[in-house]
Design a protein around this ligand. Structure first.
Ligand SMILES: NC(=O)c1ccc[n+]([C@@H]2O[C@H](COP(=O)([O-])OP(=O)(O)OC[C@H]3O[C@@H](n4cnc5c(N)ncnc54)[C@H](OP(=O)(O)O)[C@@H]3O)[C@@H](O)[C@H]2O)c1
Length: 244
């Protein structure tokens, strides 16, 4: 297993939830993290929380909307001398409406954030990793990419796209020493699932009997970051929900 000491890691959605849990664990393993999100206040407090515990690394933040390619282009221009060893695409938004009731702007925003945001991240950072002849990409999809779910058609389509993107890219980039893997979390306790399990009905559907923790997804991401032969993994981390 490789150490993350000295590695530079870019994490979208790093201000909260799963992205922040990954940043915390990667920082604890020695990585320096650049956190990306839209809200500057939550990015700043996330960076402070990393620095309180891991003040030996220099962490950074960048505030932009991942669905807009020019944000990515600016990030690449601003960091052109830096290596980027690990890219985690965790920024995402959810849906809770039937397709026929979902507005056109909301559909656009779901696809633009979850799928296009991941495509832009990979398109912009892969050339940097090719230059280094080394890199690791971890995309965060969802169990809903492969399992049906009411009220999540566009979300599911965007996340299935992330799986397709990752697998096709694994073929393209492996020969440059770049690994590409994708996580499929089930239901994880974050802002995204707030209020979804108030009466325990959701937990009752999950073989492990509870929602997962962001830290548990971060452990799976750490395995993908460290294992030098993990490439094209499609890794469920769902408390067994995919078995039902
Ligand atoms: N929680 C679950 O049960 C679950 C299950 C399966 C998959 N996932 C996936 O896991 C990832 C993280 O989810 P989470 O539960 O941690 O969600 P969360 O707590 O709501 O956090 C979402 C993160 O994404 C950022 N973000 C959202 N839209 C963005 C945009 N357009 N540009 C830049 N940053 C953006 C948010 O920051 P700002 O709002 O400041 O931009 C925040 O940092 C998502 O891709 C989600 O689909 C979650």
């Amino acid at each position: 297993m490789n150490s993350l000491v000295g590695k530079r890691c870019t994490i979208t959605g790093g201000s909260r939830g799963i992205g922040l849990a990954i940043a915390r664990l990667f920082a604890a393993e020695g990585a320096a993290c650049t956190l990306i999100g839209r809200n500057m206040e939550s990015l700043t407090s996330a960076k402070e929380s990393l620095e309180q515990n891991h003040d030996t690394q220099i962490h950074d933040i960048a505030s932009f909307d991942v669905s807009l390619v020019n944000g990515w282009e600016k990030l690449m221009a601003d960091t052109k001398k830096e290596n980027i060893d690990i890219l985690v695409n965790a920024a995402g938004i959810s849906q809770n409406s039937f397709l026929f009731k979902t507005s056109t702007p909301d559909i656009d925003k779901l696809v633009a954030t979850n799928l296009m945001g991941t495509i832009w991240g990979c398109k912009n950072i892969v050339p940097r990793m090719m230059r280094q002849r080394n890199g690791c990409i971890i995309n965060v999809s969802s169990l809903l990419a492969s399992h049906g779910g009411r009220g999540s058609t566009v979300y599911a389509a965007s996340k299935a796209g992330v799986v397709g993107l990752t697998r096709a890219m694994a073929w393209e980039v492996g020969r440059f020493g770049i690994r590409a893997n994708v996580l499929l979390p089930g239901y994880i306790q974050t802002d995204m699932t707030k209020g979804m399990d108030e009466n325990g009905e959701l937990s009752a559907l999950i073989p492990m009997g509870r929602l997962g923790l962001a830290e548990e997804v971060a452990e799976a991401a750490l395995f993908l970051a460290k294992s030098s032969y993990a490439h094209n993994c499609v890794l469920n981390i769902d408390g067994g929900l995919s078995a039902t």
